[in-house]
Design a protein around this ligand. Structure first.
Ligand code: 0A1
Ligand code: ZN
Length: 867
């Protein structure tokens, strides 16, 4: 047989945004009955279908791995000739416009390793349907623009599955024969199939309530294994805070009588916003001081908020098709970021969010998988739950909020929710609501939805001493990305301020200028001497700024800028300049960096949490992003050397901070958290200085800590060194937490991220550890995703890191294609490295792509990465 033809005909189809067609049949009502059993679950579905428009096309019901046991229409069983199957889809010709279609299938949750559809996790049975998992449960038009009312009956063994949960409100429950019982849930809100959810299991409940702004009482439940109950308090607080915040900030009230959250151990993503029944990866629910770090607490708060906010931005107003994913995700990430900023320090939150954006999204935008926030095509939609759709999507909403201002932005969102409640809509509908409600023209701004790539904005200030005028010459370029060679100039809000270097005063406050042309100039007058430019303040636009700023100006901004993000950024730029200079072969000029750090830690007016961010060196990966060709070894050596010099030069200061930041007794107060964070930074510099007692000090912190933040910080520091305390701490940590899956994940992850010369061999050995398994996504990611993010280790010159991750992808693909596919992008960065490394990475991608029976998830990522 001609292999080329085989491959071509086997290639999964590409779905294109421009091919969207409205559904031909609607399903206003669906009744589901489940006889639950991990080995064989019977699913009966009763669909009320209505023809949409006038056409004579058959009803097509998506199915994935389903075999119909029975099909009937209007109560009459269909015989074989009345329906057919085509590539999993059940096709039924229907004579009239309104019918009742019933199907029956059997599924096997216990063997569902993909964790899509109905699957078993621990002793639970649970579902994940976004984006296309519902078709693995029953035959249905599994697309987000088909909205139905769900009536769900669950039957299960009462001893094994005493709790039965689904979307909406509980209507009935009761006992059945043979030790089984049943529950019926009805969701009054029409919803797409991706928001369907159901959980059965032996769960304990943290029960609470919330009274909404109109005075309705909502019963809240967080469902977990009994022994995890004491770890649910923080998630419950986050939920109540989120409910109150959404009322205050967006006027959005919760709409059902119950809201449930369930924690499951095996989950492909973070959590899922199913209507009234959010299902969570347990790592975003469970926390106590002994097992969770402060960043874990923050992540729980923001993921709980994110899923809750989806109730309006996602559930009440949903997406027309999956190309519109950013409609709900970009907006909801923006909402959860704003919430977290309001709950803690807005400055630090912004710094953290930008760090994530630059680490994940800028890399994506600069590589072979770059796509606009509203993609044009996909092979497998699961591959588009990306930093671009989520985080850049949020930045795009943030820019609209900036351009409109708070009041008009709120008018825009009010209009959006009012106009589209109960509908499945597009990104264009969102922008239109902003335009109509906020009275603004966003024509050019829309390019943010269609053009991929991170814009580069070059800013050249020139000062004319004679006229006392400053001219800012700005230029934007948007790099070519796959399928988009030529770009149009975008509408970029440039937020800036000008400082008098003598007085430290800001000239005429802060301005937002809309850069709309490829090149623009603007002039400001009245300067006795050249002012210092503070640019892209608050990181108002998701762009790369190329500004000519002297070390002196950066040092000034690092000490005086009143925009905390820009102050942080100036410090980062100083550090980057020093490091790149040394990587390029020059001397390591650490003086300006050390001075700025000294000034920052001495500034009593600064929040310690901000200080901790500002004095940390940029990551090795971020330094790599600043280079034409990433040199992981040179970066590692230079960063290590600078860290040592900072450690040595400020030894006294770090020791003082480390001592001062010790606290008696655990607290989650802002002060205590900031102290823990800064203490970790100080410890890192002390150990980096090669002080003889460094490892002992770290071990002492590790050993005495009454919280995971300090214990894990010390462990991570030790793990990157070669001291005797390293092995001791790793063993003690493992012994202390063996059996606690989330903490054992940290044990794997800390080692995978460690900057130890033998990290590749260590990760290889960990892959054989009895606690390691590919079938739990958290565990698989803790080892391999963490390792692939360890620039120095993953890119080790012998190519072992690449091979190991490729092996993991190939093995994991057989179990869980979604999770496997998420490990591919690091290999897709092959053009960013030297020829030797590039060739090895490429060879691994080719090996992956040539693997027989590859999922379309991994196939799409691997082939696109090679292109
Ligand atoms: N909508 C969820 C993301 C999500 C997507 C897919 C999942 O399973 C494969 C799970 C969750 C969110 O944004 O939180
Ligand atoms: Zn989301």
């Amino acid at each position: 047989m001609d292999t080329q033809t085989t491959q071509a005909s086997a290639a999964p189809p590409v779905i294109r945004r421009e091919d969207y067609k409205a559904p031909l049949w609607q399903v206003p009502q669906i009744a589901l009955e489940f006889d639950l059993d991990p080995a064989a679950t019977l699913v009966k579905a009763r669909l009320t279908v209505t023809r949409a428009g006038s056409h004579d096309r058959p009803l097509r019901l998506d199915g994935d791995g389903l075999t119909p046991r029975a099909v009937s229409v209007d109560g009459k069983a269909l015989s074989a000739g009345d329906w057919r199957m085509d590539d999993g889809v059940l096709i039924i010709a229907l004579p009239g416009d309104d019918h009742v279609v019933e199907t029956e299938v059997e599924i096997v949750p216990a063997s569902n390793t993909q964790l899509m559809g109905l699957y078993a996790s621990g002793g639970l049975l649970c579902t994940q349907c976004e984006p296309e998992g519902f078709r693995r449960i029953t035959f249905f038009p599994d697309r987000p623009d088909v909205l139905s009312r769900y009536d769900v009956t669950m039957r299960a063994d009462k001893a094994a599955y005493p709790v039965l949960l689904a979307n909406g409100d509980p209507i009935e429950q009761g006992d059945l024969a043979d030790g089984r019982h049943r529950a019926r849930w009805v969701d009054p809100f029409p919803k797409p199939s991706y928001l369907f959810a159901m959980v059965a299991g032996n769960l304990a409940c943290n029960a609470d309530s919330f009274t909404t702004m109109s005075g309705r009482e909502v019963k809240l439940g967080i469902w977990v294994a009994e022994n995890d109950l004491p770890r649910t308090g923080h998630a419950m607080k986050a939920l109540k805070d989120s409910m109150a915040w959404d009322e205050r900030t967006y006027g959005r009230e919760y709409d059902l009588d119950v809201f449930n959250i369930v924690a499951v151990a095996d989950f492909n993503f973070g959590a899922m916003e199913n209507k009234g029944l959010n299902i969570f990866n347990s790592r975003y629910v469970l926390a106590d001081p002994e097992t969770a770090t402060d960043p874990d607490y923050d992540a729980i708060e923001s993921v709980v908020a994110h899923e809750y906010f989806h109730n309006w931005s996602g559930d009440r107003v949903t997406c027309r098709d999956w190309f519109q994913l950013s409609l709900k995700e970009g907006f909801t990430v923006y909402r959860d970021q704003s919430f977290s900023a309001d709950m803690g320090s807005p400055a630090v939150k912004r710094i953290e969010d930008v760090r994530v954006l630059r680490a994940a999204q800028f890399q994506e935008d600069a590589g072979p998988l770059a796509h606009p926030i509203r993609p044009e095509s996909y092979m497998e939609i699961s591959n588009f739950y990306t930093a671009t759709v989520y985080n850049k999507g949020a930045e795009v909403i943030r820019m609209m909020a900036l351009l409109l201002g708070p009041e008009r932005f709120r008018k825009g969102t009010d209009l959006y929710f009012a106009r589209h409640d109960g509908q499945a809509v597009t990104c264009e509908d969102f922008v239109k609501a902003m335009e109509d409600g906020g009275d603004i023209d966003l024509s050019q701004f829309r390019l943010w939805y269609s053009q991929a790539g991170t814009p580069r904005v070059t800013v050249r200030p020139s000062y004319d001493p004679e006229s006392g005028a400053l001219t800012l010459a700005m230029r934007q370029t948007i790099p070519a990305t796959p399928g988009q060679d030529v770009k149009q100039p975008m509408a970029i809000p440039v937020k800036f301020a000008l400082f008098d270097p003598a007085t430290g005063e800001k000239h005429d406050g802060e301005e937002v200028l809309l850069l709309t042309e490829a090149q623009m100039e603007t002039r400001r007058e009245g300067f006795a001497q050249a002012p210092v430019l503070s640019i892209n303040r608050g990181f108002a636009a998701p762009v790369i700024i190329e500004a000519e700023q002297s070390a002196q100006d950066l040092a000034f901004l690092a000490a005086h800028d009143d925009d905390p993000f820009s102050r942080y950024e100036a410090m980062q730029q100083l550090m980057i300049h020093a490091l790149l200079g040394s990587i390029a072969g020059g001397p390591l000029d650490s003086a300006a960096v050390i001075d700025s750090i000294r000034g920052t830690i001495a500034d009593a007016a600064l929040d310690r949490s901000f200080v901790a961010e500002a004095v940390r060196l940029p990551s090795e990966a971020y330094l790599g992003d600043q280079m034409q060709v990433v040199d992981p070894d040179a970066i590692h050596a230079a960063r290590d050397a600078l860290q040592r010099e900072i450690g040595v030069a400020l030894q006294k200061e770090w020791r003082a901070i480390h001592a001062e930041c010790a606290r008696n007794g655990f607290s989650l107060s802002a002060d205590a958290r900031a102290a823990r964070k800064l203490r970790g930074v100080a410890l890192n510099y002390i150990v980096a200085s090669d002080a003889e007692d460094g490892p002992a000090l770290a071990f002492d912190q590790f050993d005495r800590a009454d919280n995971m933040t300090e214990r894990q910080a010390a462990l991570a520091i030790l793990a990157s060194g070669a001291s005797g305390e390293r092995a001791q701490a790793l063993a003690a940590f493992y012994d202390r937490y063996a059996g606690n899956a989330l903490v054992v994940d940290k044990w794997f992850q800390t080692q995978a991220l460690s900057l130890h010369p033998d990290v590749v061999e260590m990760v290889e050995a960990l892959g054989q550890h009895p606690d390691f398994t590919l079938s739990n996504p958290n565990r698989a990611r803790a080892l391999y995703a963490a390792f692939a993010a360890n620039q120095w280790g993953f890119n080790s010159k012998d190519g072992k890191g690449y091979r190991m991750v490729a092996d993991a992808i190939i093995a994991l693909d057989k179990l869980n294609p979604q999770t496997a596919a998420r490990l591919v992008p690091p290999l897709g960065r092959w053009r960013r490295f030297d020829d030797e490394r590039g060739a090895m990475m490429k060879a691994e991608l080719e090996r992956i792509a040539a693997t027989p029976n590859l999922s379309k998830d991994v196939l799409e990522q691997a082939t696109k990465s090679l292109a």
